[in-house]
Design a protein. Structure first.
Lengths: 486, 486
């Protein structure tokens, strides 16, 4: 990797500079809080002053620093930006007194930035509008961050599945939107903004007020799942609203490069993408299975079974975490089925978390190839994805990722159970956070929250959110002694 | 693979011929039943006549058949011998009326042959001695079969981890005991017999009667876990007996080639084997963790905590399935901890089931290598095992095995929950059978049995036992259309 000492000055400078972005969104929230005037304005003002001050200090004190950014600096910046943003971002909750302790405030904030959506709040509606807005826009920021990271920055660091779409496997998606990171970021954000506006308008047509529509659009596009209502989307008993959100959750779980082509109406390009086809296929099949089972095992109408099933399946596969129904009240088969769906995750290059469709597909294809290799030991049986052969090195990386993911899930479950949680809650809390979903199973289901998790557990789950969000390796590599060697 | 038609005649001939081995053990059980004279003699006699008849028919009607055995014939024979043996082996239970239905009798018998040890019996002591003996010797036969399979036959078919020890990775263990399968088998069985006799003597010294000592030695060495008592080993409140069984369970979970060197007192050779060192290390660490946690969270003495913890850890890691304590009564952390241990399994080339230590070690080493590869993308970072580099093809195979194992576990859990089982019982029943362990968690814990599982579930779990026992691929390949193509 890099040679010589790690350039901490440039890390400090970049982290500080990025705080100006957070400050901009703090300012927006400040304006919202002024508009509603519900007593949270000063908490934003103080936080804004702190954020801007740190930003200025970081620039002044590192003026003459070398601009040499290596891969190691990249790893540190990418991991720490979420931590720094979350600490600063938790201040309005603490200052306003609405989430008094640092543990809870930090958990709520990093759960936002990582677009997880696990909440410790048990009375969301009691929050002033400013803080509600802040809570939603944190997720929107996180979603923006992850799109740029996964499509532009992580591939440079050699992380994430996206190397599959770059030099390794030339396919439709490698039509890079623009070679330069900044330009790419701008275009992606424009699409992100466009979808957010479209959803807001549609939700308002469905009967939501502007504030709720905007907030939910923020958290849909981020696959975050924070709602302005304690009941989540179940608060609105409108099929139209439910279907609109299903559609936009599905879009948010799509690779944003593809979404770009979709916007340009180049649907052939979208459907020729193999990951997208599997993503659509899995979603449809899972929704169908759930619909039939739910219909046969409940008093719900077929439309309601279909709507609730589709909503919950799409919400969980995209790792959004909204709910229109408490699936823990469904029959055990469906609970376990949805629990399995939680491991999937959205497409690579989307705001979704989890293992990701691309990896699941490569895993399945490689398993089939293993059988063929047994039958024809002399033949070379390649794994193909997007019309190209996947290098064995990449397959190894994908398999290692999945196994590491499961390993973290198992160890995490053991840790959480050691803190006194029962089996299902332990598993549920780990997959909900590691997969950046939000609600899980057990006592952290969609009708419950994370308030009662012990403090140590909250910090541990916060860590899992970050690990899951940054494709495991990005964060865990910082714990490797080899990383810190000169 | 093979060319032309599959030689079904030779398959029939070999399966029939192997029935003479089962007939020999049926004869032994017949003698035991005669000795105790408890009314089960005729059920053995009838079964014996059926088995010998089929054996003779298969030889007479295939006299002039081609002796051409290809790989495909090998796969079919290896899978079907367990099924045929289990059908024949279930007859004494059915004829005697002690296990009336075919479903239960077949489940109990294949659970024996696959050395799983999951039972549908809820009053074991009511069985006549002949049937108890048959139940135990079925496991002993299964253990014998698996040693020969994993050390001599599966490597030829390209299955199982053992190719790691053959041409691929020359290490201490490749000092093949003898090149020819028959000779190898004879020597391995001699060791197997020697250990069985030693354990019988030690258990008798500990106060067991000859019958119980012999039966438990059969099922220990097979890592099967069938007991002659409903309470399992908890029936004997003797520390000596518990420690003897811990020792022999551990031996049975060791690669039998290594056990051979151990018997010859070549301990240096044993300890230089990497899989053995990890096997010992994992066992010690897990037992230690469990001991401390159990001691701090119960009224048990330290010795009792240590003994119960060691017993349960060794019983589960070797996939034996005996119990001296109902671990489901322990604190949730220990239940989840032991549930995780169930995924490990014994060493390759032992009678133990599960994923196997070797694969877990390669998985962990490859995960570490992945981090190093990220830090030094240009360098070639090999995974080493037993002082040799593991080919990337083998790593891929190992990872594919583990992921497939987890996939089957997940799908199996969903299937069992669809049959109405609750989450923990569904997971417990699947890992207990797929891992060839015996008891699981939920309603199929060590103090319970599989009686209440629906019939379809029993057949499905029987299938999982076979799939797990034959290293997944051996059985699943038969479902591949490519396998049956000319």
């Amino acid at each position: 990797m890099g040679k010589g000492n790690i350039n901490f000055k440039i890390i400090f400078r970049i982290l500080g500079s990025l705080l100006f972005i957070e400050s901009f969104f703090l300012l927006l929230s400040l304006i919202v809080s002024l508009f509603y005037n519900e007593g949270d304005t000063y908490s934003f003002l103080y936080t804004l002053i702190i954020a801007v001050s740190i930003g200025l200090i970081s620039r002044i004190f590192t003026k003459n620093s070398s601009t040499n950014i290596g891969k190691r600096e990249g790893f540190i910046i990418v991991s720490f930006v979420w931590i720094v943003f979350s600490f600063i971002g938790s201040l309005p909750f603490i200052f306003s007194g609405h989430i008094p302790g640092l543990t809870n405030a930090f958990f709520e904030t990093i759960s936002g930035f990582t677009t997880t959506g696990s909440s410790i709040l048990n009375d969301i509606e009691s929050l002033p509008h400013g803080l509600l807005f802040w809570r939603s826009i944190i997720q929107w920021m996180g979603g923006m961050g992850i799109i740029v990271l996964s499509l532009a920055i992580l591939p440079i660091l050699g992380i994430g599945g996206m190397q599959l779409f770059s030099a390794e496997v030339p396919g439709p998606v490698t039509d890079k939107l623009h070679p330069r990171v900044k330009e790419t970021a701008k275009r992606l954000w424009l699409i992100y903004l466009l979808f957010t506006i479209s959803e807001t308008i549609l939700l308002m047509i469905g009967g939501m007020n502007f504030f709720d529509a905007l907030n939910h659009s923020f958290t849909t596009m981020a696959t975050g799942g924070y709602s302005t209502k304690q009941e989540s989307i179940a608060h609105w008993n409108s099929p139209f609203i439910h279907y609109v959100i299903i559609l936009f959750m599905f879009i948010a779980g799509t690779n944003f490069s593809l979404a770009y082509f979709g916007l340009k109406l180049k649907f052939k390009k979208v459907f020729s993408n193999e990951e997208f086809r599997y993503y659509l296929g899995f979603t449809l099949i899972f929704a169908l299975i759930s619909t039939i089972v739910l219909y046969l095992n409940s008093d719900l109408s077929f439309e309601r079974s279909f709507r609730d099933s589709s909503f919950q399946v799409v919400s969980l596969i995209t790792t959004t975490g909204y709910a229109t129904a408490d699936y823990l009240q469904w029959i055990p088969f469906l609970i376990i089925f949805l629990f399995a769906v939680m491991f999937f995750g959205g497409s690579a290059g989307s705001t979704g978390g989890g293992i990701k469709i691309m990896r699941i597909v490569i895993l399945l294809k490689n398993s089939i190839a293993e059988f063929k290799r047994l039958i024809h030991p002399q033949a070379i049986i390649p794994v193909r994805f997007n019309h190209n052969t996947v290098k064995s090195q990449i397959i190894n990386n994908v398999l290692a990722f999945i196994v590491l993911y499961i390993l973290i899930f198992v160890v995490g479950t053991i840790v959480m159970s050691a803190l006194g949680l029962d089996f299902e809650t332990a598993m549920g809390s780990v997959i909900a956070t590691l997969g950046n979903i939000g609600p899980g199973i057990g006592d952290v289901g969609p009708a419950e929250n994370f308030q009662d998790i012990p403090a140590v557990g909250k910090w541990f789950l916060s860590f899992l959110m970050l690990v899951g969000r940054l494709e495991l390796f990005t964060v865990l590599i910082l714990f490797s002694p080899a990383f810190w060697k000169k």
